[in-house]
Write a new protein. Structure first.
Length: 116
């Protein structure tokens, strides 16, 4: 099983970034996918969820209207489009796959830094 995030980097406030999470080794289309983030010295924070079919999405209030989660069940990839980025969005972003049974997989994370 592999869950690999990519796309992080340094961006100025107000800028945009798209994160990707490529999954393999399990039936991707059976898993809800989530993005979480963890800033230095803070607890891990849930960011967004997309159901296995992509039919339902949910967002934390802190990112609602700015971030969009999507998935491609052919490419086994989930995305997080981040717009209007703020310094407080700086964190390591992690991807999680969960089927509410035995499957609960995490990636290593990708660093997002929002700074001028």
């Amino acid at each position: 099983v592999q869950v690999v995030e990519s796309g992080g980097g340094l961006v100025q406030p107000g800028g945009s970034l798209t994160l990707s999470c490529a999954a393999s080794g399990f039936t991707f289309s059976s898993y809800d996918m989530r993005w979480y983030r963890q800033a230095p010295g803070k607890e891990r924070e849930w960011v967004a969820t997309i159901t296995n079919t992509g039919g339902t999405t949910n967002y934390a209030d802190s990112v609602k209207g700015r971030f969009t989660i999507s998935r491609d069940n052919v490419k086994n990839t989930v995305y997080l489009q981040m717009n209007s980025l703020k310094p407080e969005d700086t964190a390591v972003y992690h991807c999680n796959a969960n089927n509410y049974g035995s499957g609960d997989y995490w990636g290593q994370g990708t660093q997002v830094t929002v700074s001028s």
